[in-house]
Ligand binder design. Structure first.
Ligand SMILES: Nc1ncnc2c1ncn2[C@@H]1O[C@H](COP(=O)(O)OP(=O)(O)OP(=O)(O)O)[C@@H](O)[C@H]1O
Length: 638
């Protein structure tokens, strides 16, 4: 029997060299169309991974999930939209077939058949591109590598099978085996569908054209299928069936990955293997003494069930939350923190770079796995029901997770919709947020044209819109100008006063003093102190701060003033000295304001001080006093 592929490759086995319909040149047409189509489709298909890679890399996808998007909705809507977009160039291709009178694809109702081939190919290749997009974090790299993959998995496999099916090479059996193996590749199936469809049409045309032709076809055992979708060669039934199954399989794998089932399984297995190592790591750290307030908070959380704490108006309960990163060597990033955040509370998480603040947020929003412990939002466990938790939280990540091709207004409207705000209120809600954050002049500009500060405002707006019960803000005011920062503080304060729980990180002590009702200083993944700003200042910063400026040209007077301070306020510590400016910590707790000012007013005349100020110890000084606890591992010292 003659293989249609051997003919399609333009081989000398054509049984009817004198008949124009079966000339080798005509035999090559289907093959050539298939090859060219595969090249085109290789680059078209890889474009469907571009947006996904960027969305995942900048965490925009995560923020959408946190804002309440269901995994199924996210992927099926993406698939539907991409298939529609994919079918547009496919429809143009049909117009080209029509324009060039490619009868095999245009006669009878073949346009519909070819469209079905394209549709099933799209159904299979798009989810495959979605799956492979997980291997990349840069869109351009994803595009080039996926195009190469598509070319190899389409053109190369199609060519290999076609060449091996030449009887003279003696590899027909191998080609048949490979034909079955490559059925798992959408690009291969597309090539075969187009090529075989064309050949089948040619055979039908020739073999049914005259009595002699029927005789020739019988004599040379040329098989053709009147039903183009037949299972037997050159029907394309098995390729189409394979494409349909591939679509379902790739989507199934995608949901396995997205629902973190595979990842959870891996974490569970790794957890069992590494548990002993982790326990040793935790035991090593646990010998350090704990601050009284931190211990009290831990006791409160551990002694009451989270449901009870939630009903007692603590929507966020963190219970012994721990994270160990297992990259090169185990790194304890978050060390058994316990905390209950009440309604209407703004809790500040302060810490040095690499202290573990962002990791805590990542675990609380479902972006990172939890090594041990748990957290509860409105009584729902993160471990058991992350979706319910995500529907109740707003998240402003450390780096802006914004979609560049949308405007600020569109972005806020989208998140308002995701939060479930009724359609009729969305406009006013978005307007209020834009006004509140001073974003109105930029509302209709594309996000990619925004300055860093405006992007930050928009990220904060996304977290605040719709007023979820618990809001996480990771360094929300970074890069904002002073006016914008104050507007953000106002927005955060208004949200807090509406009874929402806010937990935020910042490196600005001024911001913490302005916003926090309570705060904790985190060092090496542990809370080192916890309480209201005033409580921490009183507890860790007794005494006063003295800043004085002498006339720098007179060194003698400076030395005399220093001697005066040390004599008048015994135990005072010189913190800094710079160009005639001295910074003292007056440690004596029993000094009154009157004593300090009285002494300094006299000194002002005597030592010709340019200026001086006395203040209570600042939060920054309290923060700085914890520097000694921070150890910088290779990773920590970012
Ligand atoms: N994916 C990761 N793999 C391994 N180690 C990590 C990973 N992410 C963070 N770390 C390490 O965990 C520690 C805590 O990092 P984290 O980003 O939580 O700190 P942070 O307090 O948010 O710092 P910053 O103030 O600079 O944002 C650091 O030592 C960091 O190097």
């Amino acid at each position: 029997m003659l293989s249609p592929r051997s003919l399609s490759a333009g081989l000398s086995t054509c049984p009817c060299p004198n008949l124009p319909r079966c000339s080798p040149r005509r035999g090559q047409t289907g093959f050539a169309i298939a090859i060219n189509l595969l090249y085109g489709m290789a680059s078209l298909a890889s474009t469907f991974a571009l947006l996904l890679v960027s969305e995942r890399a900048i965490k925009a996808k995560h923020v959408q999930f946190v804002s309440g998007v269901y995994v199924v909705n996210f992927w099926l809507s993406a698939l539907l939209w991409d298939i529609i977009n994919f079918l547009i160039p496919c429809a143009l291709m049909l117009v080209i077939f029509q324009a060039f009178d490619v009868q095999a694809f245009t006669q009878d109702s073949h346009l519909v058949d070819v469209m079905l081939i394209f549709l099933l190919y799209g159904w299979a290749i798009i989810p495959l591109m979605y799956l492979l997009s997980f291997f990349f974090s840069v869109a351009a790299t994803a595009y080039t590598r996926l195009t190469i993959f598509n070319i190899l998995s389409g053109t190369a496999t199609f060519l290999a099978v076609t060449i091996m099916s030449i009887p003279e090479l003696g590899l027909v059996d191998l080609s048949k085996t490979l034909d079955k193996v490559f059925l798992v590749l959408p690009n291969y199936c597309l090539g075969q569908c187009i090529s075989d469809f064309y050949q089948n049409y040619e055979f039908i045309q020739f073999c049914t054209s005259s009595v002699e032709a029927i005789f020739i076809c019988k004599a040379f055992n040329i098989s053709y299928q009147m039903n183009y979708f037949s299972w037997e060669t050159p029907g394309i039934g098995r390729y189409l069936t394979s494409l349909s199954i591939q679509g379902f399989s790739f989507l199934f794998l995608l949901f396995l990955i997205e629902t973190n089932l595979l990842w959870r399984l891996r974490t569970l297995i790794c957890g069992i293997c590494r548990r002993r190592k982790w326990v040793a790591l935790l035991n090593r750290v646990s010998v350090l003494p704990e601050d009284r307030d931190v211990a009290d908070e831990r006791k409160k959380v551990l002694e009451s069930p989270p449901e009870l704490l939630s009903s007692l108006s603590s929507p966020l309960v963190i219970k012994e939350l721990t994270k160990v990163y297992d990259s090169r060597e185990s790194l304890l990033a978050v060390d058994r923190i316990s905390l209950a955040v009440s309604k209407g509370e703004c809790f500040g998480l302060l810490g040095f770079n690499g202290a573990g603040k962002t990791t805590t947020f990542k675990m609380l929003t479902g972006d990172e796995s939890i090594t041990s412990g748990d957290a509860f939002v409105d009584g729902h466990s993160i471990l058991a029901n992350i979706k319910k938790v995500q529907q109740r939280i707003g998240y402003c990540p450390q780096f802006d997770a914004l979609l560049d091709h949308m405007t600020g207004r569109e972005t806020l409207s989208m998140y308002a919709r995701l939060r479930g705000i009724p359609e009729r209120y969305i406009g006013s809600c978005v307007e209020n947020m834009l006004r509140g954050l001073l974003l109105e002049p930029h509302a209709d500009k594309l996000v990619r044209t925004y300055s860093g500060g405006n992007k930050r405002k928009l990220s904060a707006g996304i977290a605040l819109i719709g007023g979820p019960p618990v809001i996480f803000l990771d360094e929300p005011s970074t890069g904002m100008d002073p006016v914008a920062r104050r507007l953000l503080w106002d927005a955060v304060t208004r949200t807090r006063e509406c009874g929402k729980s806010i937990i935020f990180t910042s490196h600005s002590m001024e911001e913490c003093e302005a916003l926090c009702t309570r705060l904790a200083i985190m060092v090496n993944g542990q809370f080192k102190c916890l309480g209201s700003p005033q409580h921490l200042k009183s507890k860790f910063g007794s005494g006063y701060t003295l800043l004085a400026k002498t006339r720098s040209e007179e060194e003698g007077e400076l030395q005399a003033f220093k001697a005066f301070v040390e004599k008048t306020f015994p135990g005072s510590v010189l913190k800094h000295e710079h160009q005639g400016m001295v910074h003292y910590h007056l440690t004596n707790k029993n000094l009154s304001w009157a004593q300090v000012f009285g002494a300094l007013e006299k000194a002002k005349e005597k030592f010709r001080l340019e200026d001086y100020s006395v203040s209570q110890i600042s939060l920054e000084q309290v923060f700085m006093s914890f520097t000694r606890f921070q150890h910088y591992t290779e990773d920590r010292g970012k």
